[in-house]
Design a protein around this ligand. Structure first.
Ligand code: ZN
Length: 296
């Protein structure tokens, strides 16, 4: 991977960290603003914010590219459009609705009945609640992600995500639906049982979605000291390396904290990632073929 214009102003970590924090808090703030407006629309609020973010990210990929892929959208593949519409757009929302919003009344009732909901910090600010949820769910998903790389059966599904040979915002959507589903189990169930509110869930999804997109986007954004907290693109390029000893690292979804704790943080300062993708050069490239591949 050839990184462009290292001496460019956007290489400064002060610039990168400020850009990241302003994007992160703008999406969070907008979601809260929309959810608290006269319309009760906390569900579509995060969808609207995520669509807006998508446009911002596309714009930033054009003006601040990290890798020069030559040409607008050259890093994206046709396959990813199917993932964007079918997996990111429709399937993901349905699974969230299923987990988060359909069972919510039932679980609120059950958790109130058994007094479990008293353990959650309902009175704290929404942002704080969502950040706690993010950190805890990252712990669970750290282990699911790590298992997806080390267990042969789980890897079959996760390989789909690693089949991108260039990283850009669209690569965020490339997930097998089976994998997307089991990642949601540790992510949602504990919080539904604890009775986390809808607005907190909405802010959580926006935080998570913003980080996921910035992790894959082809934007020059060096985080500097924030790299000790967040696991974004600088780490994620290594996670997508073709070399297995390099890619078996940086498993955190939003934070790098669990990788530091469990010894899987990897960020060499002396070189760049050489190649992105899978070792298997015959891996199918078409959407439907990739859907079937894990079952073969
Ligand atoms: Zn992975």
């Amino acid at each position: 991977v050839k990184i462009v214009g290292k001496e460019h102003f956007s290489s400064s970590s002060l610039f990168g960290a400020s850009l990241y924090l302003s994007i992160f808090f703008s999406t969070v703030y907008l979601t809260i603003l929309l959810s608290e407006s006269r319309f009760d629309m906390s569900v579509p609020a995060w969808s609207i914010v995520m669509m807006g973010l998508m446009l911002v990210v596309i714009f930033l990929e054009i003006i601040l590219p990290n890798v020069d892929y030559q040409g607008l959208g050259a890093q994206s593949e046709k396959t990813d459009v199917f993932y964007l519409v079918l997996i990111g757009g429709i399937y993901h929302k349905l699974v969230i609705l299923l987990f988060g919003f359909i069972f919510i009344d039932l679980t609120v009732y059950l958790s109130t009945y058994y007094g479990i909901d008293n353990t959650w910090v309902h009175g704290w600010p929404v942002i704080t609640q969502a950040l706690i949820m993010l950190l805890v769910s990252d712990f669970a998903r750290y282990w699911v992600h790590r298992a997806a790389h080390q267990n042969r059966f789980l890897w079959r599904f996760h390989a789909v995500h690693h089949s991108s040979e260039k990283l850009g915002w669209l690569a965020t959507m490339r997930f097998h639906p089976v994998e997307k589903f089991y990642f949601m189990v540790p992510e949602m169930i504990p919080f539904i049982i604890l009775g986390v509110g809808e607005e907190v869930l909405a802010v959580y999804f926006v935080m998570n979605g913003t980080n996921a997109m910035l992790q894959h986007a082809n934007i020059r954004m060096n985080l500097g000291v924030l790299n000790w907290v967040f696991n974004l693109q600088e780490y994620h390029l290594w996670h997508h390396s073709k070399k297995i000893d390099e890619s078996n690292s940086n498993y955190g979804i939003n934070f790098i904290i669990w990788d530091i704790v469990f010894g899987t943080r990897f960020l060499p300062a002396d070189r760049e990632v050489s190649e992105i993708g899978l070792v298997d050069t015959d891996y199918p490239k078409k959407f439907l073929h990739q859907m079937i591949k894990p079952f073969k």
